[in-house]
Design a protein around this ligand. Structure first.
Ligand code: ADP
Length: 208
């Protein structure tokens, strides 16, 4: 299995690059933001609780997102060539649990790739996305800045967790999408396990 953590602040381009990577490497895309928004759309109790926090730009409790990731790993383990984790782990306890969950599948994280983008560019991008995304957290500058602050204070230290395992790699997230994609692929190709196939075959949808 090839397991990648795509890291970076909100608006760094993780979702865009994930869509290209799942096709290139036959991976399943696991975005905790998408999984949470699916819960909201279904009107579940979990979704209702999460929505209040998400709309304010705050993190959802660790046990909630870890539970969703555990379920998604179980549901996709037979078919996935590996996983791309987007928006997860966002805290060190989430990173520790992810290592434990992957170990149960005799697997682990191959590398973390961080997309670096400055705050003013992030604000510009997210406000632009907010015009069409319908996401309340993309439409208010103070909420956007709170998400960036939460990233800097709570999430950025996850990079240190992977750096300590020699798995951390940073890229400039400003530039043409295809150029950045090429740089990500070059890093993955250096770190993928020797046994991993690399068929550019059909994309698999994540099973909830
Ligand atoms: P972005 O990275 O653009 O902020 P996401 O879609 O990844 O957007 O996440 C949206 C919101 O969902 C976050 O602001 C947070 O409230 C919640 N969320 C997503 N992933 C996690 C996580 N791993 N831990 C805690 N909260 C999360």
């Amino acid at each position: 299995m090839l397991n990648i953590v795509l890291f970076g602040p909100p608006g760094a381009g993780k979702g865009t690059q994930s869509q290209k990577l799942i096709a290139q490497y036959n991976l399943v895309h696991l975005s905790t933001g998408d999984l949470l928004r699916a819960q909201i759309a279904q009107g579940t109790e979990l979704g209702l609780t999460a929505k209040k926090l998400m709309d304010e730009g705050l993190l959802v409790p660790d046990e909630v997102v870890i539970g969703m990731i555990d379920n998604a790993l179980q549901a996709n383990k037979e078919t996935a060539g590996g996983f791309i984790f987007d928006g997860f782990p966002r805290t060190v306890p989430q990173a520790e649990r992810l290592d434990q969950l992957l170990a149960q599948h005799d697997s682990g994280i191959n590398c973390m790739i961080a997309l670096e983008v400055g705050e003013e560019e992030l604000v510009t991008r997210l406000l632009e996305r907010g015009k069409t995304s319908g996401r309340p957290d993309d439409q208010d500058v103070s909420k956007i800045r709170r998400r960036v602050t939460v990233y800097n204070t709570e999430t950025a230290q996850v990079a240190g967790y992977y750096a300590a395992q020699n798995k951390f790699h940073a890229l400039n997230g400003i530039g043409p999408i295809d150029t950045i994609f090429g740089q990500i692929c070059a890093l993955i190709d250096q770190h993928k396990p020797a046994t991993t196939d690399n068929p550019a075959e059909a994309t698999r949808e994540v099973k909830a």
